[in-house]
Design a protein around this ligand. Structure first.
Ligand code: AQP
Length: 329
């Protein structure tokens, strides 16, 4: 029997090349070797206010994009989190075994709460819901970008605490990061990770950006005061551009050094832009096909939910029994 993989993405805006290189590319690759469940985590998205109409549209568009990047419904279950109530149900049970101090230490909580005037409880509870997502399906492997690896570690801590209080119940999940591209940085601010919700038109390359927009953003990317690429003293902006190129092309380190050493930044940027445009072109074409096919998305999401809902139900029943909660005889 194949081991199970689970991962999720929030429908909080247009997905960018950071999402793709950090997580989605691995999702598409791993689906042939694992039993794969990929989830549009809309319950996570509402930890910050979302315009309801826009959220509804973004869920559809993200589903289309996941199919476009290569998620194959014949090999993966593609689902929307809120279609399966067991996510929220298990999250509550796990909340009750999670010390608040563990949650307050999370880097993403600190960053997101610092930007808010009043902090919603959902922002603090976010990693518990993520733990529920993963543990609900006994996922062995969780392919994510580097920013989410702290949350997968916390999932392990929560699972261990639950198992020690109530007996062996959960499988311990492991993080899977890509070899290159686990943390793509913002083009305008290479000290900060590329983010869907970061302001500024020069920050992220969206997977649906036009070739002209991609070229413009990359040519304007922040570099440093050296004129040419020196692999022994790479500034964060240049390192980020090289990472983007390498992650898309899958060149070896030796190829990268041989080709780019001593290259002027202007030429480096042109080559990075060409590589990104070439890689995104077939994804964008497939996206348009998927979105034009009436009823296809709804069918894929419905079939995905039907396939995995019984797994989620079984886990919730198991957890309820372990905790002594009411279960019908
Ligand atoms: N910059 C990044 N580099 C590599 N991987 C990244 N991921 C996100 N940003 C980068 C990975 O993409 C997957 C989906 O992310 P998410 O939508 O669930 O939430 P996030 O990590 O909070 O991503 P964003 O883009 O920054 O969204 P917002 O702005 O809405 O918070 C995850 O596996 C993540 O690691």
């Amino acid at each position: 029997m194949k081991a199970r993989v689970f991962s999720g993405i929030q429908p909080t805006g247009s997905p960018h090349i950071g999402n793709y290189l950090g997580a989605l590319k691995n999702w598409a690759r791993m689906q042939y070797d694992y039993e794969s469940i990929y989830c549009i985590v809309d319950l996570h998205a509402i930890t910050l206010y979302q315009d309801p109409q826009q959220l509804r549209r973004q869920i559809q568009e993200l589903a289309g994009m996941l199919l476009a990047i290569g998620i194959d419904p014949a090999h993966s279950s593609l689902v929307v989190q809120s279609a399966i109530p067991a996510h929220a149900e298990l999250a509550w049970m796990l909340t009750c075994v999670t010390p608040v101090g563990w949650l307050e230490r999370m880097t993403q909580y600190k960053a997101k709460s610092a930007a808010q005037e009043t902090i919603g409880d959902g922002i603090l509870q976010y990693p518990v819901l993520m733990a529920a997502d993963i543990l609900l399906y006994d996922a062995k492997v969780v392919p994510v970008g580097d920013d989410q690896s702290q949350h997968v570690e916390l999932t392990r801590d929560i699972a261990q605490r639950f198992n020690s209080l109530y007996g062996e119940t959960f499988v311990m999940p492991e993080t899977r990061l890509p070899a290159v591209g686990a943390r793509i940085m913002g083009l305008d601010e290479p000290e900060k990770k590329m983010s869907k919700s970061a302001p500024g038109s020069g920050h992220a390359v969206g997977l649906l950006d036009s070739p002209e927009a991609i070229r413009k953003k990359i040519l304007r990317a922040t570099t440093d005061s050296h004129p040419t690429v020196d692999f022994d003293r790479l500034g964060p902006g240049v390192a980020n551009l090289l990472t983007i190129f390498q992650a898309f092309t899958e060149w070896s380190d030796a190829q990268m050094r041989g080709h780019f050493s001593g290259m002027r930044y202007g030429d480096l940027k042109k080559q990075v832009a060409d590589a990104v445009i070439a890689a995104l072109e077939p994804i964008q074409q497939r996206y348009r096909q998927v979105m034009d096919e009436t009823g296809y998305l709804a069918r894929v999401l419905e079939e995905g939910a039907q396939r995995i809902a019984p797994i989620a139900r079984t886990t919730v029943e198991k957890v309820k029994r372990a905790m002594g909660l009411y279960t019908p005889e």
